[in-house]
Design a protein around this ligand. Structure first.
Ligand code: B12
Ligand code: SF4
Length: 423
């Protein structure tokens, strides 16, 4: 049987000393495609920060495309297509803008490619790749085989889809509003097969690990005997259910990232986010009682934000002892309701996807000027990531958590501070 060479590429942030590779993050989507590729294909997964980097020998190239890295993905695709290698693009950005992507690709896969990938590969072998492939949402219950491509970070996803419909988010549009689950048994078996010195450290890449509380409780109970330690993205509402929070901790939860998004109820309402600001302090206290490291993310520049949003956000983070505050500018990703609204009102000022990185103002804000928004954002960072504040924040946790987790917290704070200073 003929052997083919397939290279799957993950374009990402510029290489610098804050490179996320130290945590071993790679696209889980690409790992899944690699697993679903027939055995007579030799598959390599590489991350690239520039189209100039070398890649292994390839008969076919697949690239995952996030909006922020779309320009880079297109440059890489153009380069290899010129040399005659067919290129397939997939992922969130190209699923929203397939016609834009097709200017740089032989084929585009729209949606979750798990089930359709085999057809794409068969068509490639016949030399009959179609321009567009429309994928249907796979049933995750069938996903029982462990993934064979492991990296430093043991990434695993238990659910896909989200019942909420926040205006700025792509997930409910791409993955659907009905949450699909993998079976708890399959997850336990996969975790048991993790290898390496970090095999007991698990990263759940779900959008909300407690999106379905009943399922989450079942999962957490099954994780307890594995004695792992895990990180996940979660709704702050995890702390509304004390049993759920307790089970999360007992099953190994040591770092939680919550999307608070705004400390203004009016702004949350404007983006259809169901959080209740008046519950924030109490819920945070409950999480911190377990000494779980709390990462909280915020979006600045929402239409209902007033000019005091910057000071109020800083005050909130300091008062509530958030361990790693992540303050971002709104990046209205194409396809989202927020983008459609801004586009309709002719308020999108740049369609250069490089600038959709949550650090640039790419639209005309409502209650302030672009300059005020950018300056307010920078001021927030200066205040939250001053050396004094980082020392205060991390110092507070020093004897409360194991030294190795404290060191991780310090590195994360330092890395974030460094990234912002650079930007
Ligand atoms: C975990 C996570 C992270 C982690 C790890 C990322 C990683 N590489 O795995 C971290 C924290 C590092 C991260 C960072 C960022 N993330 Co993130 N992340 C996620 C999250 C929650 C899960 C990712 C995941 O594992 N998905 C599961 C896999 C199976 O899905 P998938 O990768 O999309 O792949 C499937 C399809 O897309 C398709 N597919 C994908 N690639 C390809 C390629 C080909 C050739 C084909 C055919 C098909 C195909 O098939 C796959 C199988 O079904 C997603 C939301 C989500 N639900 O996906 C956001 C998400 C992907 N992230 C997002 C963003 C914006 C970012 C950042 C840019 C944020 C920032 N401002 O810095 C950074 C960039 C990171 C980088 N590349 O350097 C956005 C992307 C939006 C967009 N339109 O581009 C998402 C969708 C979140 C959101 N709410 O909007 N992220
Ligand atoms: S932001 Fe979170 S809760 Fe809202 S739709 Fe996206 S994944 Fe769901």
């Amino acid at each position: 049987m003929k052997t083919y060479y397939l290279t799957l590429i993950y374009p990402k942030i510029k290489k610098n000393r804050w490179n996320l590779d130290i945590f071993g993050f790679h696209s889980l989507g690409l790992k899944i495609l690699a697993q679903k590729t027939p055995r007579n294909f030799k598959v390599n997964i590489v991350s690239m920060c520039s189209e100039k980097e070398k890649i292994p020998k390839s008969d076919l190239i697949g690239i995952t495309v996030y909006t922020t890295f779309a320009n880079l993905a297109y440059k890489i695709a153009d380069k290899y297509r010129k040399k005659g290698t067919p290129v397939i693009l997939g992922g969130y950005h190209v699923s929203t803008l397939p016609d834009e992507a097709l200017k740089h690709a032989d084929s585009v896969v729209i949606g979750e490619a798990d089930d359709i990938w085999k057809t794409v590969i068969e068509d490639f072998k016949k030399g009959k790749l179609k321009k567009k492939y429309y994928a249907s949402l796979p049933d995750l219950k069938e996903e029982s085989k462990p993934f064979q491509f492991s990296t430093t970070a043991n990434q695993i996803q238990t659910t896909r889809g989200c019942p909420s419909c926040c205006d700025f988010c792509t997930v409910h549009l791409f993955n659907g509003r009905k949450q699909r689950h993998r079976s708890v048994n399959a997850i336990v078996n996969e975790i048991k097969q993790f290898k390496g010195i970090f095999k007991k450290l698990v990263v759940f890449t779900d959008d909300n690990i407690v999106g379905d509380k009943k399922y989450a409780k079942e999962l957490f109970k099954a994780l307890i005997p594995l004695k792992i330690k895990w990180y996940a993205l979660s709704s702050i509402n995890i702390a509304e259910d004390l049993e759920l929070l307790d089970l999360a901790y007992k099953s190994g939860c040591r770092v939680l990232q919550v999307g608070l998004e705004s400390i203004s109820q009016k702004s949350l309402k404007g983006i259809k986010k169901a959080n209740l600001v008046k519950r924030y302090s109490l819920l945070i206290k409950r999480i911190k009682k377990y000494n779980i490291i709390l990462i909280a993310t915020f979006i600045l520049g929402l239409d209902n934000d007033e000019k005091d949003i910057f000071n109020e956000t800083v005050k909130f983070c300091k008062k509530n002892d958030i361990d790693l505050p992540c303050v971002n500018l709104l990046a209205p990703y194409p396809g989202t309701n927020y983008y459609k609204k801004l586009d309709l009102e002719k308020r999108v000022i740049s369609k250069d996807w490089n600038l959709y990185d949550s650090n640039h103002v790419v639209y005309t804000p409502k209650n302030m000027s672009q300059k005020e928004l950018l300056e307010g954002f920078i001021k927030c960072h200066r205040s939250l990531y001053s050396i004094k504040e980082v020392i205060r924040r991390t110092g507070r946790m020093l004897f409360k958590i194991k030294l190795r987790y404290w060191f991780l917290l310090l590195v994360a704070n330092w890395t974030t501070a460094g990234l912002y200073r650079k930007k």
